[in-house]
Design a protein around this ligand. Structure first.
Ligand SMILES: Cc1cc2nc3c(=O)[nH]c(=O)nc-3n(C[C@H](O)[C@H](O)[C@H](O)COP(=O)(O)O)c2cc1C
Length: 373
């Protein structure tokens, strides 16, 4: 089976991409402390992966309130902007392109990250989920998320302003664009679903109301950067984290129609993540294509062959790979030449140093499959 389409040039807004392979956003929890500041090590990690058509950074909190896990980087201080600048410069010097993923976790957080001990959410409903928190003893553990406090309307306006300012800072840090994290049960997703949004004001209720926060965030970020530099990630089929909403598919299709009007750079579907979320049915892909004629990116257990088949059918435009990029910094070359893929070590996914992060080698130029041990 050919994979030629995957290796054909793509485009995104005004950017030309050398191939249709995207590095999916992946939290690796290695920011510098204190201050959640991107480091030179992170710059090396991303630069090693610059042969991707596009890199999407790990999720990055837009404000201290938007944080839910230890050691994740932010984009709300000048030191963070300076830290990210070394990342974007290293990626660009290596010939790559990089977007920053903008993140507010909402209720997926822990008391220790909030001065009043309470994460925020559309409604005061707990997610029945856990986040990774490093305690005073220096040991990271999964801990339960508490019941959040419901946001007031002025809090909501402040968060939209935080998104806008984060987009401005991403631009100052040299990113080619931003991806708004609207997937995986975080704040924007919490507004979309009846299971997590039981508000009676204009940010809740019917689809139009539940989509208002998404619309206002997209508009604020697009005003700041230009819509052609803004993508969004959505996860229609997740059910974990108390997100199993019976109205989510029509809600996402209505979002797609809005995103189409706004002419944003792309819509990114987060599909199978770990073991949650079923395969996306073709009927949904067709309905999405009808509602949204812009660039569609997909992620979730793709192989080169499966991604190429969807590209050939015209249902998607770009394929994002997550886990395969962890231990294969030269993933596009390996996929193009059918070279073996290395496995990653799961104990070094979150937190730590260069081990299990920047020490996975690219294959030597002369390496042929039979010479590998
Ligand atoms: C270690 C790790 C960290 C992740 N962090 C993020 C993240 O920060 N933001 C996000 O939207 N998705 C995140 N994801 C989900 C991935 O972007 C991707 O959707 C998922 O891994 C499925 O793709 P894959 O099967 O190619 O790995 C993460 C996944 C992994 C494995």
């Amino acid at each position: 089976m050919t994979t030629a389409k995957l290796f054909s040039p793509g485009s995104l807004g005004t950017l030309s991409l050398p191939n249709r392979i995207v590095m999916a956003p992946m939290t690796r929890a290695r920011s510098g402390q204190p201050g959640d500041i991107p480091t030179a090590l992170m710059a090396s990690y991303y630069a090693q992966r610059a042969s991707a058509g596009l890199i999407i950074s790990e999720a990055t909190q837009i404000s201290p309130q938007g944080k839910g896990y230890s050691f994740t980087p932010g984009i709300h201080s000048q030191a963070q902007v300076d830290g990210w600048r070394q990342v974007t410069e290293a990626v660009h010097a290596a010939g790559g392109r990089i977007f920053l993923q903008l993140w507010h976790v909402g209720r997926m957080s822990h008391a220790s990250f909030h001065p009043d001990g309470l994460p925020v959410a559309p409604s005061a409903l707990a997610p029945d989920a856990q986040v990774w928190v490093v305690g005073d003893d220096g040991v990271g553990r999964m801990v339960d998320c508490p019941t959040p406090r419901a946001l007031s309307q002025s809090d909501i306006k402040n968060i939209i302003e935080d998104f806008r300012q984060a987009a401005r800072r991403a631009d100052l840090a040299g990113f080619d664009g931003v991806e708004i994290h609207g997937a995986n049960g975080y704040l924007i997703d919490q507004f979309l679903r009846t299971t997590s949004n039981q508000r009676s004001d204009e940010y809740g209720g019917d689809r139009h109301g539940r989509l208002r926060f998404l619309r206002e965030v997209v508009a604020a970020v697009a005003n700041e950067l230009g819509a052609h530099r803004v993508g969004i990630r959505l996860a229609p089929f997740i059910t974990a984290r108390n997100m199993d909403c019976p109205d989510i598919i029509p809600t996402i299709l209505e979002a797609a129609a809005y995103l189409q009007q706004q002419k944003i750079a792309y819509l990114h579907l987060s599909e199978a993540d770990w073991d949650d979320a079923p395969q996306i049915p073709d009927s949904f892909r067709q309905a999405l294509r009808a509602a949204y004629t812009g660039t569609i990116m997909v992620a979730g257990r793709y192989t080169a062959e499966r991604g190429n088949a969807l590209l050939e059918q015209g249902l998607v435009d770009l394929i994002a790979f997550g886990r395969p990029f962890i231990a294969n910094p030269d993933l596009p070359r390996r996929l193009a030449n059918n070279l073996p893929l290395a496995d990653f070590e799961s104990s070094t996914l979150f937190g730590g140093d260069a081990h299990g992060y920047t020490d996975y080698p690219a294959l030597a130029d002369t390496a042929a499959p039979h010479t590998l041990s």
